[in-house]
Write a protein that binds this ligand. Structure first.
Ligand code: PGA
Length: 255
């Protein structure tokens, strides 16, 4: 299988942005701009309280609304958390897990990322699993080791069959929200290294079938070059997913 056969996914990560009314207005603005763009799946991952409003606005369009995190337990004494069953009952299919901001600010580890991933997959959700190196690791020349280790730890116990519902987002931490972007060559090389790690675990066929996005200051200017690379199958977009025209340009670049 080659790139042409893999699913291309352009996903916005709204982070802690957009109230329900702001999300409604934004979806209404972006909906006509991405209508009929069938060369990729279009997803926006929203804060929990904003999901319902975004879904209502997106109804009947080619836009799916996802969540930004999910807990690993089915239910119980986990104040402030949300389970996969709660999300699926709300019609949420996609969920981001392991975003570097969760790892940096909220104590998320590869073990909790793995537990959340398994819970989401068991509930039938599609996981956008984020991983990537920090600046010091890239400068030390150990990026391959880091992303390979994260891939293996984060997917421990995930079956080859379940991998059909896993999208990996390669997000170099130094490029997130910084305006610094990996060069297309760096993005392609590291997505390829993640694919190699997948091949070690699941074999080449599964590795070649898995969608691997790039994320980290992807925008309307650099998207086309990044998305043209053989190992880059889409994008996870933060800042530029909050501006309809910028996001539209990225979706256009994925056609
Ligand atoms: P950014 O965020 O596009 O603002 O760098 C990407 C992400 O955090 O997923």
């Amino acid at each position: 299988m080659n790139k042409a056969k893999r699913k291309v996914v352009i996903a916005g990560n709204w982070k802690m942005n957009f109230t329900p009314s702001e999300a409604t207005a934004f979806i209404n603005e972006v909906k006509p701009l991405v209508a009929g763009k069938n060369g990729c799946e279009v997803v926006f991952c929203a804060p929990y309280v904003t999901i319902a409003a975004a879904q209502a606005a997106a109804q009947g369009s080619n836009i799916s609304i996802g969540a930004e995190n999910v807990h690993f337990a089915e239910k119980g004494a986990y104040t402030g958390e949300v389970s996969a069953k709660m999300l699926t009952e709300c019609g949420v299919k996609y969920v981001i897990i392991g975003h570097s901001e969760r790892r940096q600010y909220f104590g998320e580890t590869d073990a909790t990322v793995n537990a959340r991933t398994k819970a989401a997959l068991e509930a039938g959700m599609t996981v956008i699993l984020c991983l990537g190196e920090v600046k010091e690791q890239r400068l030390s020349g150990i990026t391959r080791e880091i992303v390979s280790m994260q891939t293996k730890l984060d997917l421990e116990g995930v079956t080859a069959e379940q991998m059909k519902n896993v999208i990996i987002a390669y997000e170099p931490v130094w490029a997130i929200g910084t305006g610094l972007t990996a060069t297309p060559e760096q993005a392609d090389e590291t997505c390829g290294q993640i694919r190699d790690a997948l091949a070690e675990i699941y074999g080449r066929d599964v590795a070649e079938a898995t969608t691997i996005q790039y994320g980290g200051s992807m925008n309307e200017k650099n998207a086309a070059e990044l998305l043209a690379k053989p190992n880059v199958d889409g994008g996870l977009i933060g800042g530029a997913s909050l501006v309809a025209e910028k996001f539209k340009a990225i979706v256009d670049a994925a056609q």
